[in-house]
Design a protein around this ligand. Structure first.
Ligand code: AMP
Ligand code: ZN
Length: 486
């Protein structure tokens, strides 16, 4: 059992080896809470969840740290543009902290609905300013900074490995395309560690520092908080692909400069983008889809999770309602199959729990071979599409017993996070009152009669009546089966 991850640092698949046996320190860049997360952002957090769940299921003790950016993130990652938090607060007539609180809550409501396991540590930038100042002092003490125009900058020419993660070439770094953006910068890729009021006169949140009253640059928060909670080197750092060139490049430069160590982080994992048919989805451009908008359109958040699992995290994924609908149908059939297996166990039988001893006892059975293939898929750079295919294979295989199929499926679901057992329990617990049962069965029989008489309009009308009552029908070779869905 060994997990292979594609490491952006070096651009290769590498077998994962933790710094400390049995433990994993993982930091995933969290949201900037100036607006709702869009469904593209949520792709990043579903990946983090799949990674953490995979590691835990393999037996690692994972410390998952996520930051909340509530200060210092400008609309351009390269220190240009407006302060996202300040701008949002002004537009909404609220304080920055009110805005941060509101959108942080909304974010965790989304992640909960997507069945994303809460991180071990959630840390807010505004509560860690002291840690950032301490880290900046270290960087300054090592001679990597300069002051200009009231701000403190990181001088990338002092850090020869600058750009290694993103494979930026020295010539590109010298090309001063953006030099006009901030005339205080000696090099366009230098970045701000500490802003003073020279950047924004009306900055809402400011703190005292050795470099003047002001606030931290965006990149320093992730370095300071990850080091605080995970130590001076740690195992895995993740974020969206857009973070490679600037944010993570700068995080590495300042962290390694401060501590004189390389590498600071051993594995860098980046998710590709979710795109709309009309192009990139971006939070700052306004036109974006939220999880709630999918719910309002009639989808369950887990339909979206299923849709995301259908793509490999390193491939762009195109969102469309058509694709989401397919995911919805697929998830529904998955649960139907689980329900069939559960009924085969008997209406009162408890659903099997994927306890390690029970799961390992599957190894000699057909279900065990699907489970092996599933594990291989997940350990091969988190191939969720192949993982899903194995789950389907297991549930479709007539040779696996219902008990083994359920056990295998629930064990796979520890990684997929589709809540299959809970969903099956929920459906099972729906008890249909006898008078309603009688009515449903009358309607089902009337529909069968209408179909025999080729009166399809009437058959459809009856199907719709039942649907309105929350009853779904499935026509099978042996007759129609019905099931209450709410
Ligand atoms: P932000 O809240 O803007 O800091 O972004 C949160 C996370 O979402 C970061 O890891 C981004 O890299 C990631 N991200 C942003 N846009 C997308 C997208 N369209 N698809 C996937 N991930 C994204
Ligand atoms: Zn970050």
């Amino acid at each position: 059992m060994s997990l292979t991850l594609f490491n952006t640092l070096g651009r290769e698949l590498r077998v994962f080896k933790p710094i400390t046996a049995g433990k994993v320190g993982f930091y995933g860049c969290g949201p900037t809470v100036y607006n709702y997360a869009h469904i593209g952002n949520l792709r990043a957090y579903v990946l983090h969840d799949v990674l953490v769940r995979t590691l835990r299921r393999m037996g690692f003790e994972v410390t998952h740290v996520m930051n909340i950016t509530d200060v210092g993130h400008l609309s351009g990652d390269n220190d240009d543009g407006d302060d996202k938090m300040v701008k949002s607060a002004q537009e909404r007539g609220k304080s920055v902290l009110e805005v941060a609180e509101f959108y942080a809550r909304a974010f965790f409501n989304d992640t909960r609905r997507l069945n994303i396991t809460p991180p071990t540590v959630i840390c807010r930038a505004t509560e860690h300013i002291g840690d950032m100042i301490a880290l900046i002092k270290k960087i300054e003490g090592q001679g990597f900074t300069y002051s200009a125009g009231g701000n403190l900058y990181f001088d990338i020419t002092k850090f020869p490995r600058y750009g290694e993660l993103a494979r930026l070439r020295l010539e590109d770094l010298k090309a001063g395309a953006r030099i006009g953006v901030d005339e205080n910068k000696r090099n366009p890729h230098d970045f701000v560690l500490w802003f003073t009021k020279s950047k924004f006169e009306n900055q809402a949140l400011v703190w005292e520092s050795p470099w003047g009253t002001g606030y931290p640059g965006w990149h320093i928060e992730c370095s300071a908080m990850s080091i605080k909670y995970l130590g001076e080197t740690f195992d895995i750092h993740a974020g969206g692909i857009d973070h490679v060139a600037i944010h993570h490049t700068n995080e590495i430069a300042q962290s390694e400069a401060a501590m004189g160590r390389h590498p600071w982080v051993n594995y860098w994992v980046h998710n590709e983008f979710l795109v709309l048919d009309r192009g990139k989805m971006s939070k700052s451009s306004g036109g974006f889809l939220t999880l709630q908008s999918l719910v309002d359109a009639g989808y369950d958040p887990l339909d979206y999770r299923y849709f995301l699992l259908g793509g490999h995290y390193r491939s762009q994924l195109q969102f469309s309602y058509q694709a989401l609908e397919s995911a919805q149908n697929a998830r529904k059939s998955l649960i139907d199959r689980i329900m069939d297996k559960a009924s085969a166990l008997g209406p009162a039988a408890a659903l099997p729990e994927p306890e390690p001893s029970a799961v390992s006892a599957l190894s000699q059975s057909k279900a065990g071979s699907y489970l092996d293939a599933f594990n291989k898929a997940m350990e091969d750079d988190l191939s969720t599409p192949r993982g899903l295919a194995e789950l389907w294979g297991l549930l479709r295989d007539p040779e696996t017993s219902p008990q083994n199929a359920l056990l295998g499926a629930f064990d796979m679901d520890r990684v997929l996070g589709l809540n299959l057992a809970a969903e099956a329990e929920r459906r099972r617990s729906i008890s249909v009152p006898p008078e309603l049962k009688g009515e449903i069965e009358r309607l089902v029989a009337a529909r069968a009669e209408a179909k025999r008489a080729k009166n399809f309009a009437e058959a459809d009308r009856i199907r719709q009546t039942l649907r309105d009552k929350g009853v779904a029908l499935e026509d099978r070779p042996g007759g129609t089966v019905w099931r209450c869905e709410r």
